[in-house]
Design a protein around this ligand. Structure first.
Ligand SMILES: Cc1cc2nc3c(=O)[nH]c(=O)nc-3n(C[C@H](O)[C@H](O)[C@H](O)COP(=O)(O)OP(=O)(O)OC[C@H]3O[C@@H](n4cnc5c(N)ncnc54)[C@H](O)[C@@H]3O)c2cc1C
Length: 388
């Protein structure tokens, strides 16, 4: 365990189990992810095999109940895992987060039959899962989504397009928010759609700034037939289900920023201790020492804040959603800034792929945009403060 992470976690007096979980995730990431992360990024390779290796470690259903193969851990445990995986590769860790978000939605809102059917294969990572909310015409304003699901006998027939779906084309299962009723959030329902559903297809892999190891594609529904038993909970419950998934997802993505930024700071500390300019190691310049001091301070503040927000969700505190939004906004902003400062401390070498810093900056940038943009986090926080 890195000294900086250790110091941060000690504020929360993690118990033995939590330390063991953290160390297990960190060891796996160091062994199976870190040596490959730059290659996966360069070659835009989706490492389904290595992702599946996390199933037997209990990472396919971190906070899913144990009767369906889940690990039944808490949100703070999950944050520790995503932070540890992200020390090696935030893009890898983020995909595992999305998969877990889907599994937990089925666990929480699915019938017993649905849970028994889908979850053992998700928790073992035999099946990988994606989350489909965003559409070409609705991102932040997710309740304006237009994908429609119409009941037809024993099926629902889906028509519409989902945009920016992580893992699309590679995942085996898609949780899809679609409109079954009137405009607005109350007309939305949630469906579990298998990859081989008739009428389901995928767009081209988007060329994007970061997160290169996972695909981002449109998911297209053209008279796509889904058995009625794949409706999750009741018609009209879908927006609440989607938002419930995001509360935990936001903490996870913040943890991915934290781990990535910690890795960037560690690299900057090593580099500035070696690199010489004007006859001295560059970490002897007080301007750079102050920069490192600020990076450490801000990262530790972010860590403590994130753990506090995760503890709120674990305790089902009434203000847990506000804290999830605050943590997502704060930690992903700090994480990006720390990674960007680490790049600057590397000079021109920070801009080269082989040093692994520019990848972290590219990967962490999108965390300020997805799972609700950081502006939308401010909307949620302000609503909680002053009402609508
Ligand atoms: C790489 C990547 C992966 C993604 N993966 C997924 C996925 O797996 N599943 C999924 O469903 N989605 C996914 N997304 C979509 C992501 O969640 C959306 O891009 C995001 O929610 C923003 O929506 P938008 O892009 O339509 O931007 P818009 O909603 O059009 O926003 C544009 C700008 O306006 C601002 N804005 C909008 N409304 C307000 C307001 N009320 N007040 C202040 N500012 C506002 C936004 O913050 C933003 O700066 C992914 C996106 C990317 C880039």
């Amino acid at each position: 365990m890195d000294a900086a992470v250790d110091a941060g976690t000690s504020q929360f007096e993690l118990n033995e189990d939590q330390r063991a979980i953290q160390q297990m995730a960190e060891a796996f990431a160091a062994d199976r992810v870190a040596p490959n992360a730059l290659d996966w990024d360069r070659n835009k390779h989706f490492p389904a095999d290595v992702i599946r290796e996390t199933g037997p470690l209990g990472l396919g259903g971190i906070y899913v109940s144990d009767d369906v193969g889940g690990s039944a851990l808490g949100r703070l445990d999950a944050v520790l895992i995503f932070e540890a995986l992200s020390l090696a590769d935030p893009a890898f860790s983020s995909f595992i987060s999305i998969h877990n978000m889907v599994a937990s939605m089925i666990d929480r809102f699915g019938s017993d039959e649905q849970r028994q059917h889908f979850l053992p294969k998700l928790t073992s990572m035999e099946w990988l899962a994606s989350y489909c909310l965003t559409e070409p015409g609705s991102g932040s304003d997710a309740a304006a989504l237009k994908t429609r699901a119409v009941r037809s006998g024993g099926d629902y027939v889906l028509n519409g397009v989902k945009q920016f779906i992580s893992g699309a084309g590679d995942s085996d299962l898609y949780i899809v928010m679609a409109r079954t009723g009137a405009d607005g959030p109350k007309g939305i329902s949630t469906f579990v759609v298998p990859k081989d559903a008739p009428g389901l297809s995928f767009g081209a892999n988007e060329h994007k700034m970061g997160w290169h190891m996972q695909s981002t594609r449109q998911v297209v529904f053209e008279d796509c037939k889904v058995p009625a038993q794949n409706l999750l909970a009741d018609e009209g419950a879908g927006f609440g289900i989607a938002m419930a998934g995001l509360d935990g997802g936001r903490l996870n993505i913040a943890a991915c920023s934290l781990g990535g930024a910690q890795s960037a700071l560690d690299k900057a500390l090593s580099y500035t201790a070696e690199r010489k300019a004007f006859g001295a190691k560059i970490n002897q310049f007080q301007a750079l020492q102050f920069k490192l001091a600020d990076m450490e301070t801000e990262l530790q503040a972010a860590r403590i804040f994130l753990y506090a927000a995760a503890s709120k969700l674990d305790r089902k505190a009434p203000d847990a959603s506000k804290w999830s939004a605050m943590a997502k906004r704060f930690v992903t902003d700090i994480g990006f800034n720390v990674a960007n400062d680490a790049l600057q401390l590397h000079g021109g070498y920070g801009y080269l792929h082989d040093y692994g810093i520019e990848k972290l900056v590219r990967d962490l940038r999108v965390h300020q945009i997805l799972e609700g943009t950081n502006e939308i986090m401010r909307v949620i926080i302000a609503r909680a403060l002053i009402g609508r």
